[in-house]
Design a protein around this ligand. Structure first.
Ligand SMILES: [Zn+2]
Length: 428
């Protein structure tokens, strides 16, 4: 069996990224594409159109996870999945997630051009709402696919305007029973996600490919502080129960918890602070904070979470305000599968590309796909390690190398038509 030599048409991929970036609610070069908005639906239409042009069979589930299948010679076998997300947080860049979607599509096109015929089907997945912007929970689509988010929990989700997921997804044209989102065990033989690193290591070390070994464990909590409002001029300082002052202490306590109770990999961030009533002449009576805490070790992560909770109780008691803590999620870390890592590594070897093992500190849909199938991730460098900002950037050459590695890894995992069982690609 010969090893495919996929020729990546990077011009087409960059044009696709450019076009997708225009489906946005922000002024270029910034991108804002929140799930189920007009911009998100326009972006999805672009991807579905490209998939159809490539001869892939497209279907959508009741929350808009989108699957585009290239049938293998043995469609009865579990498919090999690949893909990522196209939603983008407010005022971010054009490469996060999108490289993994348009890159997967180009990997399939390149394999087709090369005359490769897979034994297992290869399926591109566009996951709904990887970003937590609208519903406060990250990886909404992949979480639901693997059953980590139940239909009941989905029904309870509300967006920042108080609208239910069920209402908003129906308005966006996604109907059907939420119970049908969950995939059955064994739907995929393997899953591979291509993504920009969102960190500085590959660029700094001049290494084109990162092979992810594990994805760090994220936890998120929302803390609602309730004090007592009043006229900013009339209520004297003694006896005030200012909800924002309590929350401000908590923000610093979050930082201190990561520094004093965590390890070298612990990070803790308060990224959201909503103040009610939000008037200059009114004492804040209600404040909501959203706090994100991560580590590659579950024990260390949970130690930081516990320290944050203790600090919240102490601040609330001392200041006479109420603090209600709601866990938003607390996911375990995911190890990447040896078989998929090996497929990626041998693709790098065949292409003469240096690679290094690395940990993903950001979470990705692969975190949840790892519960359904042996999973791996390919990282490519991004300039300055910058992500979630308009300046986010990867060079065409870097993206092309990532796609070539993805294409060869997919070919190896899917097997070639007519190959002996278990025979792998990579032995040209
Ligand atoms: Zn992403």
């Amino acid at each position: 069996m010969t090893l495919p030599r996929p020729e990546v048409d990077i011009g087409r991929v960059m044009a696709g990224l450019e076009a997708l970036a225009r489906a946005s609610d922000a002024e270029p070069p910034a991108v804002t594409r929140i799930v189920y908005t007009v911009a998100d639906l326009a972006g999805r239409d672009q991807i579905k159109g490209l998939c159809a042009d490539t001869g892939l069979a497209v279907r959508e589930d009741p929350i808009g996870n989108t699957f585009a299948r290239w049938d293998g010679s043995r469609p009865d076998l579990p498919a090999v999945g690949t893909g990522s997300h196209i939603d983008a947080i407010p005022h971010s860049g054009r490469f996060d997630g999108t490289v993994g979607v348009l890159g997967a599509l180009e990997a399939i096109r390149a394999l087709k051009r090369d005359g490769f015929r897979p034994e297992r089907s290869i399926e591109l997945i566009l996951f709904t709402a990887e970003e937590p912007t609208r519903f406060g929970i990250g990886c909404l689509g992949s979480r639901a696919l693997c059953g980590a988010l139940t239909p009941e929990a989905m029904t309870a989700l509300r967006d920042n305007d108080g609208r239910s997921l069920d209402e908003v997804r129906r308005d966006a044209g996604f109907t059907g029973d939420l119970a049908d989102v969950r995939l059955r065990e064994g739907s995929y033989a393997a899953f591979v996600e291509l993504h920009i690193e969102q960190g500085p290591i590959l660029e700094r070390e001049g290494i084109p490919i990162g092979i992810v070994t594990a994805i760090a464990a994220p936890a998120a909590i929302r803390v609602t502080w309730e004090g007592e409002g009043g006229h900013a001029g009339a209520v004297l300082m003694p006896g005030r129960r200012d909800a924002l002052c309590a929350a401000a202490e908590a923000v610093l306590a979050v930082e201190a918890a990561a520094l004093s109770h965590g390890g070298a990999d612990s990070v803790a961030t308060t990224g959201v602070c909503r103040v009610h009533p939000g008037a200059i002449n009114s004492i804040p009576d209600r404040v909501s904070l959203e706090i994100d805490i991560r580590d590659t070790g579950l024990g260390t992560r949970d130690r930081v979470v516990a320290a944050v909770r203790r600090a919240i109780d102490e601040i609330a008691g001392r200041r006479g305000v109420r603090a209600r803590v709601e866990p938003l999620n607390a996911d375990p870390p995911a190890a990447m599968a040896a078989t998929v890592r090996e497929a990626i590594r041998s693709a790098c070897d065949a292409l003469g590309l240096a690679s290094r093992p690395m940990i993903s500190r950001a979470y990705h849909d692969a975190l949840f796909m790892a519960r359904l199938a042996p999973t791996g991730m390919i990282f490519i460098p991004c300039r300055g390690g910058i992500s979630h900002r308009p300046e986010e950037s990867s060079e065409p050459g870097e993206i092309a190398r990532g796609i070539a590695v993805l294409a060869m890894a997919l070919a190896r995992l899917a097997g070639a038509e007519g190959a002996r069982p278990g025979q792998s690609i990579g032995c040209r």
